[in-house]
Design a protein around this ligand. Structure first.
Ligand code: ZN
Length: 405
């Protein structure tokens, strides 16, 4: 069967990068699973020449991807701080009160909605991972365990539409992209606004953030692709901001048809056309730039290893899994990976099989160099690890170019 674009169903697709067959990036292993062959899935990225959406061609069933989802937003200070600022700003700008409603799709443990609740604004989370939805409810954030989409939106709207709808880092994950956006149209009050955050394709390409490509991320958005997707559902790309989170993201504001587009939206759409994001040529040298990064990083790690240095990694993240697997880095180069998440500790990274240990192990085992796999939280992690660095420990940042700090 020919692959059809997830947004416009177009079939004229051009290659961006093919990362081969890899295990699922969040499929951490227990010790007793290390000898069992891991399921691998194709990770091929293409661009739709009709609507310019960049996407992967494989859809792993969400049940497989999310059943034991291990990323808790609240574990990252950067995410929580940014969520608080956004909630306070929208509550003020939109004049939200006790009679308003804020919804969030993929609301996680309530990391964002908790800030509206603190302001007295009613909230409702929709979170597909059962363990995380339960955690949110336990924390007092009303949360339904469901996948947000066309059908769930009908049920939600029947009970009451929302003034503000949030979808942070979820749009890229949904297999039924059009159903999700149609759902936003359904749950949004007239005059309501949907705030959507997604990693920005332009940052991915310019900063060689190829490791943000993994099976959970089906789509990689430009403003152009979003504009066309929203318009199909009688929504307007009304506002847009570039924000630094996750290596560079877009925060867009969608509203019902008839709402004017801001000057910033018009500027970014013009910029993307001028840069060529809408044409295959823009992506032509991306794979070669990733190979250059691989050569640079591998030669550095091998050189340090040959000099007798001890090497480890920080951040058992999904992007780390992509990088380790595509670059072929495993226990022959790195001794372990440190991570703050207690859910991950004691497990092993998919494919590369590195043991995951608490960050305290850095101070205890004193590796000479630590490869920072969660480079999107570099500022936060480097600050947390200041004592380790003061004691002589060095970090290696892998993108956009290999750097030792
Ligand atoms: Zn398309």
């Amino acid at each position: 069967m020919t692959f059809a674009c997830r947004s416009c169903s177009g079939t004229r697709l051009s290659p961006v990068i093919d990362l081969g067959r890899t295990p699922l990036a969040n499929a951490l292993l227990r010790a007793d699973q290390l000898d069992v062959p891991e399921p691998r899935y194709p990770l091929n990225t293409v661009m739709c020449e009709e609507c310019s959406l960049v996407q992967i061609t494989e859809t792993v069933p969400p049940e497989t991807l999310f059943s034991d989802y291990v990323y808790f937003s609240s574990f990252s200070e950067t995410v929580v701080t940014s969520a608080k600022a956004l909630a306070e700003r929208l509550a003020r700008e939109r004049g939200l009160s006790a009679s308003s409603l804020v919804m969030e799709a993929a609301s996680n443990d309530g990391y964002l909605l908790q800030h509206y609740q603190a302001l007295g604004v009613p909230v409702l989370g929709v979170e597909p991972a059962a363990n995380i939805a339960a955690e949110a409810n336990k924390r007092g954030i009303p949360t339904r365990c469901a996948f947000f989409g066309r059908a769930e939106a009908q049920r939600l709207a029947a009970e009451g539409q929302c003034d503000v709808f949030h979808a942070n880092n979820v749009l890229a994950h949904v297999a039924d992209l059009n159903g999700f956006v149609a759902g936003i149209k359904t749950v949004l009050k007239p005059g309501g606004v949907a705030s959507i955050e997604a990693p920005y394709l332009r940052d991915l390409i310019e900063k060689v953030e190829f490791d943000t490509i993994y099976h959970e991320h089906l789509c990689y958005f430009s403003a152009t692709a979003l504009d066309r997707l929203l318009a199909r559902h009688e929504l307007v790309l009304a506002g847009i901001e570039r924000i630094p989170i996750h290596g560079g993201s877009l925060r867009i504001f969608a509203a019902h048809a008839g709402t004017p587009q801001s000057a910033a939206v018009k500027d970014i759409l013009r910029e993307e056309a001028a840069l060529g994001l809408t044409r295959p040529r823009y992506y032509a040298d991306f794979a070669a730039r990733v190979m250059k990064l691989r050569d640079d990083l591998l030669s550095l790690l091998r050189k340090l290893k040959a000099e007798g240095r001890s090497l480890a990694a920080y951040g058992a993240s999904a992007k780390g899994a992509t990088l380790l697997n595509y670059f072929g880095i495993d226990g022959s180069l790195l001794d372990f990976v440190a991570d703050r998440s207690t859910v991950k500790q004691g497990k092993f990274t998919p494919g590369s099989h590195l043991p995951i240990v608490p960050p305290e192990e850095l101070a205890a085992r004193k590796p000479d160099y630590v490869l920072l796999l969660t480079w999107n939280f570099a500022t936060e992690i480097l600050a947390q690890q200041q004592p380790f660095r003061d004691a002589g420990g060095k970090f290696i940042l892998p993108v956009p170019e290999v750097r030792v700090v």
